[in-house]
Design a protein. Structure first.
Length: 280
């Protein structure tokens, strides 16, 4: 089975070599790396050119896009593999046999459409910090995926034909992968494996950890898709987005502590209500 790996890239040159090298050293040789660079102004272009020149499985398929979701869509449209995934330029695979494990999982379970695994947080230098714990609530096993989507994006793979039916929403910049995986949870059969295969790098500029009204507003839309626009959960997050919007306009010295307080309050309430109130 061939694996099509989309790599969206924009000004993450300091991490990009490790990302691409973690793919190049895989012991499953049948893969293609489809790189969509959104006009990087750092050394990303040189790094990409080096991999493309040395290994024909690496291709630069785009040099401009309308954001991360559009970059992934552009890349996967060029794919020819049986299995698809995307690995952000600041993430990496942790072991040399990741693709082999995933291909074996799909081959062993032909009725499965999506395979998802675990991972570890990395620091900016690539050192492993701690496991990613997506199911940390003591009552989590009683909570359905509709209330929380515990999926580690760089450790999740799907049959590539799915991408044509559910392209990533290019108008979303923060929640496009959450919406994609929610749609797949409704429509397809999943296999969850305990293997920690992907490194999610924490470097201070992760979009998924940003506390901003723009990000919370996209989470409102996600909740509206899941529960309906007029229901309580999106209405609650609209209030959170409003409060966060005020914080966006505070002096810089106040923004960080206020936003951290908002994050702590909202996610603590989510935990205490076993996700009945959505988190951010």
């Amino acid at each position: 089975m061939r694996v099509s790996i989309a790599v969206p890239s924009r000004n993450h040159g300091r991490f990009l070599w490790r990302c691409l090298q973690s793919i190049a050293t895989q012991d499953h040789a049948d893969f293609e790396v489809l790189i969509a660079d959104g006009g990087s102004t750092d050394d990303s272009s040189e790094i990409i050119a080096g991999f493309v020149r040395q290994d024909g499985r690496f291709r630069l398929v785009s040099t401009s896009d309308a954001g991360q979701a559009d970059a992934v869509n552009r890349a996967l449209r060029e794919g020819t593999g049986d299995i698809a995934c995307f690995l952000n330029a600041d993430d990496e695979y942790l072991e040399r046999d990741v693709l082999r494990r995933i291909v074996n999982a799909f081959a062993t379970h032909p009725d499965i459409d999506v395979v998802t695994c675990g991972g570890s947080y990395l620091d900016a230098n690539g050192r492993r910090l701690r496991p990613v714990r997506l199911r940390y609530h003591p009552l989590d096993k009683f909570v359905g995926m509709r209330r929380r989507i515990a999926v580690l994006q760089p450790a999740t793979f799907w049959r590539r034909a799915i991408t044509a039916r559910f392209p990533f929403r290019a108008d979303l910049h923060f929640a496009f992968d959450h919406l994609f995986f929610y749609q797949l949870l409704l429509e397809y059969r999943w296999l969850e494996l305990p293997d920690r295969i992907a490194g999610y790098r924490l470097h201070g500029a992760n979009k998924s950890l940003m506390i901003s009204s723009a990000r919370v507003t996209e989470l409102v839309e996600l909740e509206a898709v899941k529960y309906g626009a007029g229901t309580f959960r999106p209405a609650y997050l609209r209030l959170v987005a409003l409060v966060t919007g005020y914080a966006d306009h505070l002096p810089r010295a106040l923004q960080t502590p206020v936003k951290r307080l908002i994050y702590l309050i909202v996610n603590s309430l989510s935990f205490l209500t076993v996700y009945r109130l959505p988190g951010i």
